[in-house]
Ligand binder design. Structure first.
Ligand code: SF4
Ligand code: MG
Length: 332
């Protein structure tokens, strides 16, 4: 497997000051993992566990009160050449965004201008980001060919967003995000607002893009049903940390972390958001996370050591890593 992004000891905190007191929310706390070329990596976990913050840092969308305190995010371009995007300037990042890395937001509202026809939103987008690179005459052709390559009807170009269904709006958003053939696409809960059948179609489009472009997609979702359908490898986040990562098959047939077991055992049908009810308790506050294993307050297997020492993410073989004191060699 070819490495595309190497994340090392990443710490990204929100720091706010209230009445002279700093409040620090450790949304991403010492996270290390790899993203490979030509894969769909899923990032799973309940809301508030740091998934979206991690995505922001990987995209280098870092604005106060979010700060990166430590660690690196190395993107490998050619051969062994890599850049740590954390240390890049704003201009350098701009030149990489949409081409090296791209982003599909949760709803299409932020990207599709309600008072512009779709074709004008595309034109605005191209002119805003790449005005030197495209001749006026080629822009329409570029847009039309791209939509066709994704199997979308080019008639949508003459419509306004409100004339499109939710699923079509999200497909158009995906088309916009993939216009410049990015090597890696980050999608944050890309189908959350859609109903179950429409979700399938949108996820199918993402799979088709990945298959044809052989690029990388990182999909963040709290829904294990979505990961079962679309992800090839899955990282489970809990309270700002990755607590388990493995190939999809491993995660679903041999989950080792007690939290992952909860998620798998309570796996709902695609689109059903009710599994949370079956996990006792709620995730800890990231402003004041518990000592030791951050899951210990909810873990049925917790021992004294869990309250005192933090378990590290360790390799158990078979491309499988787990952070739990009682998992060694793949057996709890
Ligand atoms: Fe549970 Fe302890 Fe493992 Fe944490 S380290 S998941 S508390 S058994
Ligand atoms: Mg690493």
């Amino acid at each position: 497997k070819d490495l595309l992004v190497d994340v090392d000891n990443l710490k990204a905190y929100y720091v706010t000051r209230l009445y002279g007191i700093n409040r620090i929310v450790k949304a991403v706390d010492n996270v290390s993992f790899e993203i490979y070329k030509n894969e769909i990596l899923g990032i799973a976990g309940e809301s508030g566990c740091g998934k979206s913050t991690l995505l922001k840092v990987l995209l280098r969308i870092i604005k106060p009160p979010l700060f990166v305190y430590d660690g690196s995010v190395n993107y490998f371009l050619q051969d062994k050449e890599y850049i740590n995007i954390i240390s890049l300037g704003e201009e350098e990042i701009k030149s990489l965004r949409w081409k090296l890395m791209s982003y599909i937001p949760q709803g299409s509202m932020n990207v599709l201008n309600p008072v512009r026809k779709i074709k004008n939103t595309f034109r605005d987008f191209i002119k805003e980001h790449f005005k030197e690179e495209f001749e006026e005459v080629n822009i329409n052709k570029l847009i039309k060919e791209h939509l066709e390559s994704l199997g979308l009807p080019s008639e949508v170009l003459d419509l306004y967003p409100h004339q499109l269904s939710g699923g079509m709006k999200q497909r158009v958003t995906i088309a916009l995000s993939t216009l410049f053939k990015p090597k890696i696409i980050f999608a944050d809960e890309p189908t959350t607002a859609l109903d179950v059948i429409v979700q399938r179609g949108v996820l199918q489009l993402l799979k088709k893009i990945q298959r044809e472009e052989k690029n990388t997609i990182v999909i963040v979702s709290h829904d294990m049903g979505i990961h079962a359908y679309v992800s090839q490898r899955i990282a489970i986040m809990y309270a700002g940390k990755i607590i388990e990562i493995a190939d999809k098959r491993e995660i679903y047939t041999n989950p080792l972390h007690p939290y992952t077991k909860y998620l798998i055992n309570s796996l709902p049908r695609i689109g059903d958001k009710s599994y949370k009810a079956s996990i006792p308790g709620t995730p800890p506050s990231l402003a004041n996370p518990p000592m030791g294993c951050r899951f210990h307050e909810r873990c049925p297997e917790a021992q004294n050591v869990c309250r005192e020492q933090e378990p590290l993410l360790e390799d158990v073989g078979n491309n499988h890593k787990v952070a739990c004191h009682f998992v060694k060699g793949g057996k709890l």
